[in-house]
Design a protein around this ligand. Structure first.
Ligand SMILES: *[C@@H]1O[C@H](CO)[C@@H](O)[C@H](O)[C@H]1NC(C)=O
Ligand SMILES: *[C@@H]1O[C@H](CO)[C@@H](O)[C@H](O)[C@H]1NC(C)=O
Ligand SMILES: *[C@@H]1O[C@H](CO)[C@@H](O)[C@H](O)[C@H]1NC(C)=O
Ligand SMILES: *[C@@H]1O[C@H](CO)[C@@H](O)[C@H](O)[C@H]1NC(C)=O
Ligand SMILES: *[C@@H]1O[C@H](CO)[C@@H](O)[C@H](O)[C@H]1NC(C)=O
Ligand SMILES: *[C@@H]1O[C@H](CO)[C@@H](O)[C@H](O)[C@H]1NC(C)=O
Ligand SMILES: *[C@@H]1O[C@H](CO)[C@@H](O)[C@H](O)[C@H]1NC(C)=O
Length: 548
């Protein structure tokens, strides 16, 4: 299989080589002279042997007595300058003239151009006349009959402009389509008598468009009559259209990899190599594949030359159309990475997703906690308390609503060392507020929603009491399920000690406590006392609102 492939490839290479060699040798028929002097002669044109030209009309006579040799069209004395496979050829043809001297007409040449097999290109030529007493025209009789020309009069050499052929001393006109011959004629009104000093002659010629530039000096130059100008002729194969020609397979001129074109100008047809091929379509295997990979270098990836075209491909691991003018070749997004990199990538992505998910989890948990806090706050009468507090702002420092976070900080996250004691309602903690005040933090209890309103009232009232025997309520935290109360922390000389000083043998009776409480004849005192005593015991029964 491999050998076969290689052999095929070698064979293909060899064929390509020979084909290239032929194309280099020229576009004449095999075994025929491809040039005459500097002029190359592609088939269907031919010179020398009668087999070298496709038909009589394509015979080129090469006269080697000139140096370099000159090519002439068929048997005429029309010199060929260039033959193009695109259906035209350039010949050169002498100018016609009509000259005068002081005694009248001196000499003239009515150029007569007659070549029935070729068309004078109507798009690439202009009929041109120069002179200052000039009426020049061309007529044709073969095929289409026509007559056209132009007139030029001028009286002062100063009026003439070099390079401008626009009516003063020089005029140009188009030639009709599809004509094969012309016969030139001149006329003059004053036989150049009025301009003899600078323009004794009228000149006329068909010329390739753009090949002649008017010069004022041409009007006085006697030698201008010896000049020749290029003319473009159109050539076609036969006198039938493509469709007709294709039916006559034996005589059809368009060979492999070529197509037939109906020319815009006149009868017959032309052949053209297919896209992606180049060469001479009139020769067998004359149209050869163009190696676009070499001529255009169109691929940024690997270029494969194909008959009539090419394709581009990208190396393994790359994607794109491989064309320089297209997407080119880019590394694949999902390439086969080395294992290490792959593993690293997987590890990284795992880590990332882990981080991500934990972050999401934490976020969700935080949200849930926050929601719970808000819920607790509401349930514990937080909204009500806040309202009440804001109403009393002007009375100075009253209860503060602590956040759970603040208390957490104050108690060093409820550290064991901060425990003051354990009571029936849980642990009492000592806390340190950011402003340096020491506080005691303990749980309170709200039985049900109906107790919320009284609780809020008590908090407000208690927080406003300044009594030496009453521990001041600084505020509370409502974000927990059970509200947390924050008291001033006092070590000495307060009721705290009095009530709880173990050194006092006679513990204050409830009656005594009540007495203290009623001294101010305000119920909150009772509550306060109760609360206070409840710090460490659950014996407070006085105020049913809060502490049990
Ligand atoms: C080539 O041209 C010559 C001269 O006109 C002619 O005799 C000959 O028949 C032509 N060849 C072909 C194949 O027509
Ligand atoms: C070549 O041209 C010269 C000079 O015009 C002429 O005498 C001669 O006959 C020509 N030869 C051919 C083969 O046409
Ligand atoms: C004008 O040209 C004619 C013909 O060539 C000639 O016979 C005649 O002598 C010329 N006249 C002058 C004045 O040169
Ligand atoms: C026109 O061009 C010629 C040379 O081509 C020059 O000698 C002449 O002076 C120019 N005339 C004008 C009017 O420009
Ligand atoms: C015309 O051509 C002849 C010979 O070729 C030359 O001697 C003469 O000087 C030329 N005249 C002009 C005006 O160029
Ligand atoms: C086409 O050319 C053939 C020979 O080449 C000729 O016999 C025929 O009359 C031509 N037809 C036309 C319409 O010119
Ligand atoms: C390009 O051409 C080569 C040779 O014929 C072929 O093997 C390859 O598959 C083609 N690639 C594309 C992308 O068409």
């Amino acid at each position: 299989m491999g050998f076969r492939c290689m052999f095929k490839a070698l064979a293909l290479f060899a064929v390509t080589l020979t084909v290239t060699a032929t194309s280099v040798a020229g576009q004449a028929k095999a075994g025929c002279q491809s040039n005459c002097g500097h002029i190359s002669i592609p088939y269907p044109f031919g010179t020398g042997s009668t087999d070298c030209n496709m038909s009589r009309r394509f015979f080129i006579r090469c006269n080697t007595s000139f140096n370099p040799p000159k090519a002439f069209l068929t048997t005429s004395d029309i010199e060929v300058l260039h033959i193009s496979l695109n259906g035209y050829l350039r010949i050169q043809y002498p100018v016609g003239y009509d000259c005068y001297n002081s005694s009248g007409s001196a000499y003239y040449f009515d150029a007569r151009f007659r070549l029935s097999k070729f068309l004078i290109s109507h798009t690439r030529n202009k009929f041109t006349a120069i002179g200052c007493d000039t009426y020049a025209y061309v007529e044709g009789f073969t095929g289409r009959t026509y007559s056209t020309g132009c007139v030029s009069f001028c009286y002062d050499v100063a009026d003439l402009v070099n390079g401008s052929c626009s009516g003063i001393g020089c005029c140009q006109t188009a030639l009709p389509k599809g004509v094969t011959d012309y016969e030139l004629s001149f006329d003059s009104y004053w036989k150049h008598s009025k301009v003899l000093s600078f323009n004794p002659c009228s000149y006329g010629f068909a010329v390739e468009d753009g090949a002649y530039s008017f010069s004022v000096s041409d009007l006085s130059n006697i030698n201008f009559s010896k000049k020749k100008f290029p003319i473009i002729l159109d050539w076609t194969i036969g006198n039938r259209s493509c469709m007709e020609a294709k039916m006559d397979v034996d005589n059809y001129a368009c060979k492999q990899n070529s197509d037939c074109i109906d020319p815009e100008n006149g009868r017959g047809y032309l052949c053209n190599c297919l896209h992606g091929f180049q060469g001479n379509p009139y020769l067998s295997y004359g149209c050869q594949d163009i190696n676009e990979c070499e001529t255009l270098k169109p691929c940024s990836g690997t270029c494969h030359n194909l008959p009539g075209s090419y394709n581009c491909s990208c190396p393994k691991g790359f994607e794109g159309d491989g064309r320089k003018k297209g997407t080119g070749c880019n590394p694949k997004v999902k390439p086969h990475f080395p294992i290490l990199v792959g593993t690293l990538g997987i590890g990284m992505s795992l880590l990332f997703s882990l981080l991500c998910s934990s972050w999401v989890y934490l976020g969700l948990r935080q949200r849930k906690l926050n929601k719970l806090k808000q819920q607790n706050f509401k349930q514990n009468g937080g909204v009500l308390l806040r309202e009440q507090l804001s109403k009393r702002e002007e009375y100075g420092e009253i209860a503060k609503i602590f956040t759970l976070e603040e208390l957490k900080k104050a108690t060093n996250n409820y550290h064991e060392s901060r425990i003051l004691g354990r009571g029936g309602q849980g642990t009492v903690y000592k806390g340190l507020l950011p402003d340096g005040r020491s506080v005691a933090i303990k749980k309170s209890l709200i039985g049900n929603q109906s107790e919320v309103q009284p609780f809020v009232n008590e908090v407000i009232v208690l927080s406003q009491i300044n009594h030496r025997n009453v521990v001041k309520l600084l505020g509370c935290c409502l974000e927990t399920q059970v509200p947390l109360l924050v008291y001033e922390y006092v070590r000495n000389g307060t009721l705290f000690d009095y009530l709880h000083n173990a050194t006092h043998p006679s513990v204050m009776s409830w009656e005594a406590r009540l007495k203290i409480a009623t001294e101010n004849s305000r119920s909150p005192f009772l509550f306060a006392l109760c609360c206070f005593s409840a710090h460490y015991s659950s014996r407070c029964q006085v105020d049913q609102h809060t502490f049990r």
